[in-house]
Design a protein around this ligand. Structure first.
Ligand code: ADP
Ligand code: MG
Length: 381
């Protein structure tokens, strides 16, 4: 990828660019916790976006996307917003840096990547983080704080790409470290690295390649349930700002006051916040069996309490159990996308073979397989 990028850069701009890179991400556990002020537990992965970049002394940005074979130019003023979807991520990052008082001048860039698009590994965050990190180094001497770089990516999605996302994806892409997962408190922004060295295990994603349409409206409904549950609990415990602040027994106190549906949604969230903490403890003991069991519990909760799974995901989860996979759960918002699986090396081949074959027999298409390794996030090469 490096050579191809530099070759194209040379052909277009007659010199070599400096190389920057950032990564996609997985989330080991902590699902639907972000908007409830709870924990998420992501890490950067060995799939990323790489860019060659060099200032061009003009007020124009010239970018070539190798994967899409498209060239775009834009000025750094608000009116110059490009039509191409991919270029908006780069334009947005430039604008968000400038809005914060940072400096961006004209530059040339060529980029490419291997994060599968729209598979739930956050290729968009990898793209934003690559450019946010690079433009900070090139034009601002690295003076913009890392957390702010993540916010620049998030605001880019909000303001230029129409995606109202949380901070996790950009956070993981910017802060990611080889062999480490990062527990992020979505309420306070506090974070902590935990060792992730699953010796003898592999981490593999199975992509159902389906996306059911209910996702958006269901997501909003889940959020509303959580807000109603938190509000009910708050009457007895005013310190509860978000649902994740509540203890399980506090939820039981209001069982008669909220609907059964709101109750089971909240039950899932409060359980999930605790599971993240339990997984972190387990990792400090190198106890991957407990990690795996928690993943199964999360899947159960997402399927039966939060009700955001689907037939394809439940099928893969059941199959994982049958194949004695250590841990398996749906990753991401639900209604499609990937399962994330922690599997012993000696069971890996059988699991993948069985999953691909049986999934294909049942649903008429093969799932995609991504072997992931926890890797570094944004960096200069
Ligand atoms: P994801 O879940 O992968 O983040 P998104 O829809 O949020 O999915 O982002 C995908 C978009 O990011 C693509 O439509 C494209 O605009 C941009 N993108 C990601 N990777 C690349 C790439 N390698 N080359 C060009 N654009 C990319
Ligand atoms: Mg995205």
């Amino acid at each position: 990828m490096k050579t191809k990028i530099q070759e194209k850069f040379k052909a277009l701009f007659n010199e070599e660019g400096d190389l920057y890179m950032s990564s996609g991400r997985i989330n080991l556990i902590g699902e639907h916790t972000d908007y409830n002020g709870g924990y998420v537990f992501p890490g950067a992965i060995n799939f990323g976006i790489m860019a060659a970049i060099k200032p061009n002394g003009a007020d124009k940005v010239k970018v070539f996307s190798l994967d899409l074979d498209e060239y775009v130019e834009f000025y750094l003023t608000e009116e110059s917003i490009p039509e191409q979807h991919w270029a908006r991520y780069i334009f947005g990052v430039c604008r968000e840096i400038i809005k914060r008082g940072g400096k961006v001048e004209g530059f040339n860039a060529v980029f490419a990547g291997d994060v599968p698009l729209g598979a739930g590994l956050s290729s968009s965050a990898a793209l934003e983080s690559t450019f946010a990190y690079a433009l900070n180094e090139i034009f601002n001497g690295g003076s913009i704080e890392k957390f702010e770089l993540a916010r620049i990516g998030q605001s880019t999605e909000h303001n230029y790409c129409g995606v109202k996302c949380g901070i996790m994806d950009q956070f993981a892409s910017i802060f990611g470290k080889e062999g480490s997962l990062i527990r992020l408190n979505c309420k306070t922004g506090e974070y902590k690295y935990f060792p992730f060295h699953p010796k003898g295990y592999r981490l593999v994603l199975i992509d159902t390649c389906v996306k059911h349409l209910l996702a958006d409206s269901a997501y909003n409904k889940r959020r509303e349930s959580c807000e109603r549950a938190a509000e009910a609990i708050r009457k007895n415990h005013p310190e509860v700002e978000f649902l994740s602040d509540a203890k399980r027994v506090w939820l039981d106190e209001v069982r008669g006051e909220i609907t059964e549906e709101d109750f089971i949604r909240a039950e899932y969230v409060i359980g999930e916040v605790q599971r993240v903490l339990d997984v972190c403890d387990a990792l400090e003991r190198d106890d991957y069996e407990t990690v795996g069991e928690m993943m199964y519990q999360t899947h159960f909760g997402l399927s039966h309490l939060y009700e955001v799974s689907c037939e394809e995901l439940d099928f893969l989860n059941k199959l994982a159990r049958k194949c004695e996979v250590t841990g398996s759960r749906v990753m991401g918002g639900g209604f499609g996308g990937c399962t994330i699986n922690l599997v012993k090396e000696e069971l890996y081949d059988n699991f993948i073979e069985t999953a691909v074959k049986q999934f294909n027999e049942k649903f008429g298409h093969e799932p995609k397989i991504y072997n992931v390794v926890i890797s570094d996030g944004a960096r200069k090469l």
